[in-house]
Ligand binder design. Sequence first.
Ligand code: ADP
Ligand code: ZN
Ligand code: ZN
Length: 754
Amino acid sequence: MTTPTLGSNTGAALGSGYLQVAVDLPLDSTFDYLPPFGQGAAAIAPGTRVLVPFGRGERVGLALGASPGSGQDQSRLKRVTAVLDPAPLLAAADLALIRWAADYYRHPLGEALFAAMPARLRRPEPLLEPRLRGWRLTQIGRDQAAEVLARAPRQAAVLARLQVPGAGRGLTPGLTTADLTRALGECGAALRALVARGWVEPCLLDPAVATGVVPVLGPELHPEQAQAVAEVRSAMAAGGFRAFLLDGVTGSGKTEVYLRLIQAALAAGRQTLVLVPEIGLTPQLERRMGTRLGVPMAVLHSGLGERERELAWRAAASGAAALVLGTRSAVFTPLPRLGLVVVDEEHDGSFKQQEGLRYSARDLAVRRAQVTGCPVVLGSATPALETLYNAERGRYAWLHLTERAGGACPPRLDLLDIRGQPLEGGLSRVLVRDLGAEIAAGNQVLLFLNRRGFAPVLTCHDCGWVGGCPHCDARLTLHLHHRRLACHHCGWTQPIPRACPDCAKDDLRAMGQGTERLEEDVARLFPGVPAARIDRDSTRGGGLRRLLEGARRGDYPILIGTQMLAKGHHLPGVTLVALIDLDQGLFGADYRAPERMAQLIVQVAGRAGRAERPGRVVLQTRHPDHPLLTALLRGGYGAFARGALAERRAAVLPPFAFQALLRAEGRGPEAATELLSRAAGLARGIGAQGVSLWGPVPAPMERRAGRYRAQLLTQAAGRGVLQRFLAEWIVGLRGLKVPAGARWSLDVDPQEML
Ligand code: ADP
Ligand code: ZN
Ligand code: ZN
């Protein structure tokens, strides 16, 4: 029962003849092996992969150093079959971080270690040659004009792509097939044709993207930006850990601040880790960082192929990449010269891993900076309440950017009370009039509705039948375009019935409004005005880039989008943003619902009036007196957050308390509850003072994908108290008899109560 501290358990006694190995299995323990014949255990450095006999087969394991002696019967120890890597893949600091995460999130160490590495390395595969196969232009290809290929548009696109200055990787200009496919869609045939013409040839590329361009100078910093840069730089120069909250309204130039800091780190010969929420944001940022910094950069996200991922990871680990730009899991990337950590949009929910090792990449980024002894910058226009609280009590230095860069005015927020108002296509008359005026003036408008599909409910007007998912406690969404009813929770789809399945009458009606329907309504209200709908359905198969580019060019006076559009995309032509159905988010079951809602409103609002044109944001609501809305309108996100934090303090909820959620699911409703009752019994047996138990209770959506779910919440006033309890509880949980077909998972610092 100790509070997890970094590097606990690392005290491997040198000179012992046994090697401690972690295997990729949900087991809490590590195992001792004899080193291969002729080698001492100490010769196999921690962080090296080994192949070991395990059970009846063999498994990949990670050497953790000479064993301190685990009490296993040493006479029966087996021998390491093979050492797989010539040098360790993870350095001591990387191992220490992952150990810390495994301890803190109560996850088996072996699984945590392998989850932190590229998937290919979880198998006994040898490391890849650190070069990527790619394509580049031949001398003749360089001189061709893409117009020559007017009758072969795919080839023209590939040629043009390869001709973009700075589109290269590594020292040689050139791109991988995956790079090209990401940008252009499937292009294998076009590549073969271009090779046959002698215009393109295969080549080997460095895995780190070097843009090969001369770094472009940035704008002169505004005083607030300069102040922020100076403070972090002085922390960098002083050495050691320091956490900063860069609290800057959208468009205030946070990215510009990151860029200056990265340049400072580069100048000091240090690497930077930049974490971003989603890949949809990365291409823009990648280009911007590339053109500004002109250094080799490794980009890590889930869209990469296994080989690409491994090579980018190793470019970081070898120090070849000066900068790692990545999503959540990039927090584990080995970086031997790490000198700066940046988390952009730190409030974003996607930093939390929701399965397996359920870590918060934001929190681990802070921990990582602490271990490394370097500054970490958390940036957001709408910081998480946890982060604000840390800034408030001085644990994080609080940097403010209060004004938009480039002279743009902040958007004005207006509540539009729609009680008793006639709505057309979900829009009030006032709003339709205002939208029309903006469009007529040549401006762009954005309609935000966080619900995809045509309508959320299909019902029988005659008998009241409602289309429900056969596998979940959820309704089926009507997707007219695909002619299906679909469940957004488990993926189930079925044809749309012609008549009511219950009473056979032919009077089925779509209730409510999704983006598909809104698109139809808008086409009727504004005939002839081009509109683009941007949601997960309309961008499946990679249409997002094209739609966004069109949107930025101004091809579409009307933009319709879900939260996909709320994040980071610069839409300089938008002067009016309307959130047309706010109320669905105001009364969520989760205590974090208001925080998410406020962040969403402010982020969506941030799309408006980016350039010199002032923007306006209209919030349609039937609850104009809602305290969250009024606080937000009067005092902005800061005022909202102060109120929300006061509520959390009064209700003793995070960040004023610490939680871990034990979830269980089973084939029937009893199994999950039964499992959790046993777990609760165990917890009471521990008798941990200051830890409260809530539940077991059925999950808010009890049945999902055919499984019945329940949960048990544990909470304590201090992190240490909760961690000491969890350390003991998890041992009991791992030994718990689990009803057939049931399983459990533990979520430390849960973000969702679903
Ligand atoms: P944020 O990351 O806070 O949303 P950005 O860094 O993307 O803000 O800046 C918003 C816009 O303002 C960008 O177009 C950027 O080039 C511009 N910008 C940022 N800083 C300055 C500055 N000091 N002077 C002029 N323009 C700036
Ligand atoms: Zn009916
Ligand atoms: Zn379902």
